[in-house]
Design a protein around this ligand. Sequence first.
Ligand SMILES: C[S@@+](CC[C@H](N)C(=O)[O-])C[C@H]1O[C@@H](n2cnc3c(N)ncnc32)[C@H](O)[C@@H]1O
Length: 268
Amino acid sequence: MDEFQALLQTIQRLLNVQCTSYKEDYIKRRLASRMNARHIKTYKEYQDFLLQNKDEHELLKNALTINVTKFFRDLPVFETVRAEIFQPILRQKKRLRLWSAGCSSGEEPYSYAIILHDMTTIMKDVDWSIIATDIDEVILKRAKEGIYEKSALEFVTESQLRRHFKLLDDGRYEVKPHIKEKVKFQHHDLMSGVPIARYLDIISCRNVTIYFSDKQKNDLAKMFYQGLSPGGYYVMGMSEFLGRELEGYFASFKPLQKIFIRKDEKEQ
Ligand SMILES: C[S@@+](CC[C@H](N)C(=O)[O-])C[C@H]1O[C@@H](n2cnc3c(N)ncnc32)[C@H](O)[C@@H]1O
């Protein structure tokens, strides 16, 4: 067994992470970032380091799961967004613009696109669009390809699978063109302080801020405030929090699903 395979076995045992769910080049990139941080050159050396340093376990686990995502991750959030946000906006404004910020390999924006597509096929004169951004160029390339293992599709229904995905010869699934063409992927750094667009109806930024400091999280929320229309929605990850300093900017809309609504300028 070579050094890399031996290290994978140790990682699986110590961290309880299924390395086989990831592609090899992905794991190597993530390992390289941790090894650089520790000034370690070989897989064997890093394996010994892991065995001796428990505090490295959590850091490696975070590094490995940094891009982890799924279609319809936290399904009730998508159901709430569909019924309580998409429905009224489409009915009243006939136009909807959504930004999926920190979109990773595309499962989140494509999930929104599937919902919007199915809602609007019988509606006349409605216009919707999705911008999806990430800082990681490699992951954005995968997002644009839109090809997924079956494991990413756990919460996709049989009917959605049939209508919106094509089964490939190698057993993976590709998002069909009518969904792909509705999502525009772009590179964007959420720390840049500048929103990708203005007058947005919804910003979905979920499970992105685990490495952000409190100040960076607050600055991010203020940047989203600039990007949203008054009354627009900010959807966070289930384990993320909005600081009290942001009370002048956002009000809670659906606390259980971590959805906030942008306040008007005058309420600040
Ligand atoms: C765990 S994934 C979340 C994917 C999806 N939003 C979800 O909840 O399933 C986190 C993503 O945030 C991206 N990210 C981290 N820091 C970022 C930054 N400063 N700007 C843009 N994207 C960032 C990472 O590259 C990664 O793809």
